[in-house]
Ligand binder design. Structure first.
Ligand code: TYC
Length: 103
């Protein structure tokens, strides 16, 4: 068969596309210590101490902020790990995902 099936061509094009990315968002609350949020940003999101401080304060003042941008599985793993550690310490820190684009 010389003529190629449309579905096959579409699939090949999609396989070459970059995977969808997700923002991991930190949500502000009144109880999680600032130092813990900074620690989380350095340990799980590989931020420098200075960048972690900047992001933490942005979340503190603006209500939420981006900790990092990852493929879906990686982003979901970060959320699970951060929430696990926060709960084990007794902190209510909330972390969520949002798609970075709509396509
Ligand atoms: N608002 C918290 C405090 O004053 C600090 C904080 C920052 C908590 C960011 C959560 O995602 C957060 N201790």
């Amino acid at each position: 068969m010389t003529k190629r099936d449309g579905a096959t061509q579409l699939q090949e094009r999609q396989a070459l596309k970059r995977p969808p990315l997700y923002r991991v968002l930190l949500i502000n609350d009144d109880y999680t210590p600032m130092e813990f949020v900074v620690y989380v940003l350095t340990r799980f999101f590989r931020k420098s101490e200075a960048e972690a401080q900047r992001i933490m304060l942005a979340v503190h003042h603006q209500g939420q902020g981006v900790a990092g941008v990852y493929t879906r599985e990686v982003a979901e793993t970060k959320v699970t790990q951060v929430i696990g550690l926060a709960r084990s310490e007794g902190y209510p820190l909330q972390v969520t995902l949002e798609p970075e684009s709509n396509d």
